[in-house]
Design a protein around this ligand. Sequence first.
Ligand code: AMP
Length: 504
Amino acid sequence: MKNPLYDNLFGVHAENDDPFLYLIDGKTITYRQFLAASGRIANTLVGKGLEPGDCVAIQVEKSPEMLNIYAACAQAGLVFLPLNPSYTVDELKYFIKNSEARLIICDEKNKDDLTTIAQKFDILIETLNQDSTGSIIEKAKSSPEGFETVARSKDDLAALLYTSGTTGKSKGAMLTQTNLLSNGNVLMTEWQFTNNDVLLHALPLFHTHGLFVATNVMLAAGGSLIFLPKFNLDDIIKNLPKSSAMMGVPTFYTRLLADNRFNRKLVKHMRLFVSGSAPLLSETHIQFEKLTGHRILERYGMTETNMNTSNPYKGERRAGTVGFPLPGVDLKITSPETGKEISVDEIGQIEVRGPNVFKGYWKMPEKTKAELRENGFFITGDLGKIDNDGYIHIVGRDKDLIISGGFNIYPKELEVFLDKQLGVLESAVIGVPHGDFGETPIAIIVPSSGLQPDLYKIEKNIKKSIARYKHPSKIITVSELPRNAMGKVQKNLLRNKYNFLFKK
Ligand code: AMP
């Protein structure tokens, strides 16, 4: 096989006239049309001097062309690096510098800011807008469709996806051709996707869930995507009758349950609802089944590993659990102190190994060494247990990660920022339950002696420098933080105190 990822997921469809994307404006893009457009983009990218192994960063709103660029990168042997559109200029500087990307593709509206960064780091810049316009599209129009697929080996990098880091710096997870391809194939088989399926796709494309789980599975199966720009209840309700499956974060499901148009009749024909990226409350699982008769299938994965576990397609989908390891995935629970495997029902760190597990962190050999053992097991940073029936439960996040609406927020990043604000001595950021987002961050700050921090100014600074989804929903001033005997801040006490704030 010349280029395993491209040949298996994309190339096989070169002569396929079945629909690949159903767009919100009523248009349909067939596989053949999609690949012709991708080929033109691949020619454009190579025409700009990009070579196999070069990285293409892209910060745009979700669009079919963004998927074309993913396909073009796979075909030309380039490394695809999607970035959250809500990242600020300050955040982008870091990603561009750290990734050593050769090209950034951005929305026209951010072009001025990004041109400054591109000049600083000497990289190329092109634009792509959500309405399918932009400089890359213009150039692609005059490029040929036919593109000679570049040979790649299974361990070559296909994508670089940044995760948030506990120290405030994101880490680039190096994902190989095999990582992506093996997971796409396993999930297709486990969840029984075929070319008859129509998947309702309302997830973003800069994250592993919408980009790889949803898209690669459907490419592997040859099915179609109803491709929505974002999660919008009206569009979801309108398109559910035309879909056979849906993938979402728990927030999607809680929002659907709260809408009185969502009922058993609307989803009677559906084959599958999948949830992941954050814990699905047992309550939601149960309520969903009561209303619709469907049991949501919950799975567990992460940027570095793709998907690791899944509840069974056939068999009991157990609420509050993430099911069993996927075929090919070894999973064990180990003691954080000794690293040794511990007994059934005991809580420890979740470690995984398999073809889905990434190659390491880009340019961070120390971090790679600390988290990826020599025997191939990756220490996920999640805490969990395996029960007597073999179901895996995730009980907490080792790194104090906050997951809001499916997006990760590392408290440390916000704390470092807050501590630098005028009049702030120290801070603690915690996640509290939120009726809509699952969790939301709040910040607890301690003023420097004799000073009164200006909360309005701090909020303004946050808005300027930090992506919106990470903004604390509330900033609370206290005289001191609770600490244990070892001097550690007792975040559990803070959570208990403030957990009522955003519950519905
Ligand atoms: P990300 O890298 O953004 O995909 O986030 C990965 C993290 O999300 C994991 O390490 C888990 O902490 C969390 N996560 C993903 N799926 C689930 C799930 N089904 N239940 C609980 N936590 C989950």
